[in-house]
Design a protein around this ligand. Structure first.
Ligand code: GLP
Length: 240
């Protein structure tokens, strides 16, 4: 485990931008797993400005809201188009995404698993941290799922995502599709970025607590090649 404690969100963004840029230059055919959320927005802007060659890169996003078509402005696909995909030379066919509007969501999860396996698995997975310790949309609870699956969203998660739904958390879909813990833990390298005071409890549980389904991100402690990039505010509740 590598832990980079940095001053603030800008420093975290700079650190992860440098890391991802380096990996894309070293491995042009990278299979890259991607998160959405406020945390990676500046990262995506910096990567878009870095003039990297994405022509051979393949991507798989972690998750998507159930029911939403890719064109829906609240969808994670629309988020990614807006913040990254339309700004880089990534081939449209190389963008892996769960379809929230698929008629058969279980079949859609199976299709996604097969697509990731066909790509040879994920080389580098970037992840963010839910304020409740979720990773992707693997929510805290009594159990976790290994495979890509449909998951009901906690109210806190819907509230945290309300911004893209006119600020109305009830307009946020009540369920989502997400990669499971197996996909997260079988990525060859994982980079977790967490910044800001709202993540402080989850960061303490993730880094210093036991591995528990109550904090899905705590399972990253068991990953053989994980890098945490955490800012001062997010590390404020760590013991000692
Ligand atoms: C979202 C996403 C996660 C993301 C997390 C944190 O709901 N499903 O993949 O990492 O919540 O989001 P933010 O970066 O906005 O705090």
């Amino acid at each position: 485990m590598t832990l980079h404690l940095v001053d603030d969100h800008d420093a975290a963004t700079a650190r992860v931008t440098a890391l991802v840029s380096h990996v894309i230059r070293e491995t042009p055919s990278l299979v890259l797993g991607l998160p959405t959320g406020r945390t990676p927005m500046a990262l995506y802007a910096a990567l878009a400005a870095a003039r990297l060659d994405w022509s051979r890169v393949r991507t798989f996003n972690l998750d998507e809201f159930s029911t939403l078509a890719p064109e829906h402005p609240g969808s994670f696909r629309a988020f990614m188009d807006e913040h990254l995909f339309r700004h880089v030379n990534l081939a449209p066919a190389s963008i892996g995404f769960l379809r929230g509007d698929a008629a058969d969501l279980a079949a859609e999860c199976g299709r996604y698993e097969a697509a990731m396996a066909d790509a040879g698995g994920i080389d580098l997975l970037l992840v963010g941290l839910g304020g409740n310790g979720h990773i992707g949309f693997n929510e805290p609870g009594e159990f976790l799922h290994a495979e890509t699956h449909v998951v009901p969203l906690h109210e806190s998660t819907r509230r945290a995502n309300a911004e893209r739904f006119g600020g109305d958390w009830r307009a946020v879909p009540a369920s989502a599709l997400t990669m499971g813990m197996r996909q997260v833990l079988s990525a060859r390298r994982v980079v977790m970025m967490a910044t800001g005071a709202s993540k402080a409890d989850a960061v303490a549980a993730m880094l210093d607590g036991p591995l528990t389904t109550r904090c899905p991100a705590s399972w990253l402690q068991a990953h053989p090649d994980v890098t945490f990039v955490i800012d001062r505010a997010a590390s404020a509740r760590r013991p000692g």
